[in-house]
Design a protein around this ligand. Structure first.
Ligand SMILES: [Zn+2]
Length: 443
């Protein structure tokens, strides 16, 4: 039995796992820096587009750029695409980001490999070189055909030491030879059991169980080269797995559908990974979306407050210079109006950095109204309250030691006077706000 929402039981579960030697990685300080991602440009991103956005990243104080999906020729081989990243353009691009002081993260999906006639979202699959050279590495289904994982990819069996070495060496190549500073490992789900007779498995589940070993070795090899490297693992809209949770530096809200999911998933991951863990709120554009009148989700999110106030790391995928094109997934151009908003919130994020504070479980989701969050940092309590639209009433400022405090709405720069906390009695503050109220409460 437990009180409150999911936080306490998940935290207890994590602590009990810790007693058995399960410990999430301690994130480097770089895991708390704001991120820009190339996904606004979609599958055919080029070095010119990446470098075109670079001055605006510098201008807005974004410390990271992620080169997202489809920079590569074939899953499994992971060579730069000759049509978009020819010759040495990949390394040259990373070097130019570094000269500007911006770190670069690379998107990839270990374990999977293309086989001919497979179909992906982005391109028609061919036989990858790795499957041509090592057909004996494939996970097979009970009928002896290649088993498939996400994106209809064939699976290289991670229970084989040579397969693990292949992906570890791949990570080393990305970090050491291309110069990348970390990874966004995406579409990370379970992989199928293996019935390949060549592997002499004691149990078909050996392949499924060994998957996490790949992520563990990638994390170790990456940090051996760059201690400040950041690896994010994204399970794309599904729950995280205990298998791979310890083998990353940064959790992510994993393709949230709207701001409520952003906040709740930050709370889930803080419970699992610890109150000082790094959790990305994912692209802010995902914080508002609709399907009405659109073939798929249409994203219009600008809700940085949900990530910032709940203690997440902010992220965005705008295009710059503006392209004038609105993709079917929603606007991504950084128009002058959006730029002013982005500048305000990225500035606030950098000044507050609540993501690296201590997340406190003081409010209960589904019970307390408005929805509340608290993060302690540098002797200051930071509260965030959320409602859909306008809200009026009293908010309770929980967790304060007895004393008198100054209250400030740091998002709007408003002084809200002072409150006094008596022993065992949280002060209440009359409040009227729309969507969010972000408070700093200092002695
Ligand atoms: Zn196998």
């Amino acid at each position: 039995m437990h009180a409150g929402d999911f936080y306490d039981p998940l935290r207890l579960w994590s602590t009990l796992m810790g007693a058995q030697g399960w410990h999430p990685a301690v994130p480097p300080p770089s895991a708390f820096e704001a991120t820009w991602c190339s996904w606004g440009y979609g599958f055919d991103i080029t070095p010119a587009q990446m470098l075109g956005a670079l001055p605006k990243l510098k201008d807005l104080g974004l410390a990271w750029a992620t080169l997202d999906d489809r920079w590569f020729d074939a899953y499994g081989d992971w060579n730069p695409r000759p049509d978009t990243f020819p010759g040495t353009s990949m390394k040259d691009m990373v070097d130019r980001f570094h000269r500007a002081g911006v770190k670069v993260q690379l998107w990839w999906l270990p374990i999977g490999a293309e086989i001919a006639n497979g179909k992906g979202e982005s391109h028609r699959y061919r036989q990858s070189d790795v499957v041509r050279d090592h057909p004996e590495w494939l996970v097979l289904d009970p009928s002896g055909r290649p088993a498939t994982m996400v994106r209809s990819l064939a699976v290289l069996d991670p229970s084989l030491p040579e397969v693990r070495a292949y992906f570890r060496d791949m990570a080393v190549r990305f970090i050491r030879d291309f110069g990348f500073d970390g990874f966004k490992m995406d579409n990370i789900f379970a992989i199928p059991p293996c019935h390949n007779p060549l592997h002499r498995h004691a149990s078909p589940e050996e392949s499924t169980r060994a998957a996490a070993e790949v992520y563990r070795e990638i994390l170790a090899a990456t940090h051996a080269l760059k201690p400040e490297a950041v690896i994010q693992i994204c399970p794309c809209g599904t729950l995280p797995s205990a298998d791979w949770l310890p083998w990353m530096d940064q959790g992510v809200t994993a393709d949230p559908v709207g701001a409520a999911q952003v906040r709740r998933r930050i709370k889930i991951l803080k419970a699992l990974l610890g109150p000082a863990s790094a959790v990305s709120g994912d692209h802010v554009e995902l914080s508002a979306m609709t399907r009405e009148g659109h073939p798929d989700w249409f994203e219009t999110g600008e809700d940085f407050a949900s990530t910032l106030g709940a203690g997440g790391v902010v992220s965005t995928k705008f295009t710059w210079p503006p392209t004038g094109v609105v993709p079917p997934s929603g606007p991504v151009d950084l128009t002058p109006a959006r730029e002013a908003l982005w500048r305000k919130w990225l500035g606030l994020y950098d000044r507050k950095r609540l993501s690296s504070g201590t997340f406190l479980n003081l409010y209960t989701l589904g019970v307390d109204a408005p929805e509340g969050y608290a993060v302690a940092k540098d002797g200051v309590m930071n509260y965030a309250f959320y409602a859909q639209g306008p809200w009026r009433g009293e908010v309770e400022l929980r967790g304060l030691r007895p004393g008198t405090y100054r209250v400030r709405d740091y998002a709007e720069g408003r002084d809200l006077g002072s409150v006094t906390a008596a022993p065992g009695k949280a002060p209440r503050l009359p409040a009227a706000f729309t969507d969010h109220l972000l408070l700093e409460v200092a002695p």
